[in-house]
Each structure stands twice: as C-alpha cells, then as structure tokens.
Design a protein around this ligand. Structure first.
Ligand code: UDP
Ligand code: MG
Length: 307
C-alpha cells in the first residue's frame, strides 16, 4: 500500500483542488493507496471540506488533531498512523507538486533508494527564499549532516525508514534533519517549488524562526562552540588587559580609569548573558524532552474502522 501524508491548517480554500490533484496523481501509479489528511486544529471549515471529499473517495482518511500542534507534529501523526509500505510526506498548500509523486515512487521502487527527497532547485519568488537557502547552507555546515541538500518535508520513504523515524520520540522535531540523520540510502529529485495556491502561509516568520532554532539546537553543538570561542577570546583579552593594568600600576602610571572598568563590566556582563541564553535553550530542550508529553493528540480518526 502507498500512503500520502498531508498536514493542513486552515486551508479551506485549497482542499478541493488539493484533494483532486493528489488523488489524480496517486491513482496514476497505484490503486492501492490511502491519503491521510492531518487536520492540525483548523478553525475554519477545513475539516468539513475534508469530510465531504471523503464521502466520494474511500482512500481519503482524516486524522483530526485535538488542537494546533504545528506542522512537524502533524507530519509525525501521519507517519505513525500510515499503513503503507511506501509513505510520502507533502505540504498541503500545493507548493510541493503532487504530480512529482509518481516519479518519486518509481525511483524508490526501481532504483534501490530507501528515501527520496524533493530537492528545491528554486522557487517562484517567495519573500523568505533567500533566508531559507542561507539557513540550509548554514545548517549543513554546522550540523555535519551533509546530504540534506536543501530538502524540506516533501519526500517518500519505505517502511524501514518510516519505522526508524517513528522510533525517534523526541518532542522537538525537525523532520528533514531527522530524515538525514537516520541514514539509509537517500536519493533526491530536483523540482521547482511553486507558490502556494492560495491563502496565507501558515508558517509565519516566527514559526519558521522557532523551527530553525529547533534544527540548530537539536542537531548541533554549534551554539555551545560559539560560547566557548567567545569565552576563550574574552579570557585572553582580559588576561592581557590585566597584565597591562599591573604594569601600569608598578610603574605608577595608573590613573585609575573609570571607563575601562565600566567597559569591562559591560563586556563580561553581556557575554555572560549570551551564554546564559544559550545554556537556557538547552535546559529548555532537556525539560521539554523530559516531560515526555505526546507529540500530538488525536480527536478523531476518520477511517473505515472508526466509522
Ligand atoms: N501547517 C500545519 N500546521 C501549522 C502550520 C502549517 O499543519 O501549524 C501546514 C499548512 O497547512 C501547509 C503546510 O503545513 O499544508 C506548510 O505550511 P506553509 O505553507 O504555511 O509553510 P511554508 O511553505 O511557508 O514553509
Ligand atoms: Mg507553503
């Protein structure tokens, strides 16, 4: 069986087209499929629209989450509940073209890959494009994961890879990073990311910044290295400043400077604040993980067994 996972959050205007294009694309290469829509706590008529589509297509299943858990949590819900031996993840705003799925399915079946990810060749003028590309370059460098290749969530995996991802229970999740972390044989397919079909982006700038921070803090020691680096520089500078002050004192030149004192207090103070912030990020993450809360909660699963 083939499973397609699509998270949706307040996408009422898109559901009709999204479902139609996805069903058509999937049916072009298999008849044995399920399309799992994860309704991530939408407050508009997204759920009603999905239920309507499901009336005509039994291959459509709906996982209705109890509230908005975020897009990575929604994908996780899909990964855990998908039954296929091949499972694809796709955004619900048609930026990832469903028509590409048949080629991805062919690659994973015929070319011996365990994971095939969509690699963005470019996308039609989005305001965050440059920032996103820079982030990927930066992340690749510091996380030491070198085959992420500008890939987002759009991907297809076989059962073994899905099981590996599902075993990773961390509550702060960055699936593109986790997907490269698990290893396996990874392939890429290049595509141009479309503009979203309609509606506003649901990943606001602040949600993207949080996602980026999650990626950096959970996949690298980079922030700690920056701390150590700055701390070391600070120590060296102040060591020589100390010698200078002593020398001044011995030769009786010391006009005890107010400015140098104040400046060094400011400097050390601010470095310490930065370090505290960074340590805080890790403590927060340890706390989050130790709470061990479920990543998502399902209100209702609309599939054949539950109706
Ligand atoms: N999404 C979600 N929960 C959220 C935010 C977004 O399920 O809290 C869904 C959204 O409906 C869309 C996909 O995740 O199908 C990607 O969102 P968006 O297009 O806003 O992200 P971007 O393309 O800007 O990264
Ligand atoms: Mg989008």
């Amino acid at each position: 069986m083939f499973s397609l996972i699509i998270p949706v959050y307040n996408e009422e205007g898109l559901i009709g087209e999204l479902a139609a294009r996805s069903i058509k694309a999937v049916e072009s290469f298999t008849t044995h499929y399920e399309i799992l829509f994860i309704n991530d706590g939408s407050t508009d008529s997204t759920l009603e629209k999905l239920i309507e589509v499901r009336k005509h297509h039994s291959g459509i299943k709906i996982i209705d989450l109890s509230k908005n858990f975020g897009h990575q949590a929604a994908f996780t819900a899909g990964l855990e509940l998908a039954m296929g031996n091949y499972v694809a993840m796709m955004d619900g705003d048609l930026q990832d073209p469903p028509e590409l799925l048949s080629e991805m399915y062919r690659m994973i079946k015929d070319e011996g890959y365990d994971i095939v990810s969509g690699k963005r060749k470019g996308r039609k003028g989005t305001r965050l494009r440059l920032a996103t590309n820079l982030f990927h370059i930066f992340f690749k460098k510091i996380a030491g994961i070198d085959d992420m290749e500008n890939s987002g969530n759009f991907s297809i995996m076989n059962r073994a890879a899905v099981n590996a991802l599902v075993q990773m229970k961390e509550s702060i999740r960055y699936l593109p990073g986790m997907r490269s972390y698990i290893g396996f044989r990874q392939g890429y397919i290049e595509y141009i990311r479309d503009d979203r079909m309609g509606g506003e982006p649901k990943m606001t700038l602040s949600k993207l910044v949080v996602l980026g921070a999650d990626a950096i803090f959970s996949f690298s020691k980079f922030p700690i290295k920056v701390c150590l680096f700055l701390g070391t520089i600070g120590t060296i500078v102040f060591f020589f400043a100390g010698i200078y002050a002593l020398v001044d004192k011995f030769f009786g030149l010391a006009i005890l400077g107010w400015s140098s004192t104040v400046l060094s207090i400011y400097f050390l103070g601010s470095i310490q604040l930065i370090f505290l912030g960074v340590v805080g990020e890790y403590v927060y993450r340890i706390y989050k993980e130790s709470q061990n809360r479920p990543i998502y909660l399902v209100k209702k699963f609309y599939d054949a067994e539950n109706e």
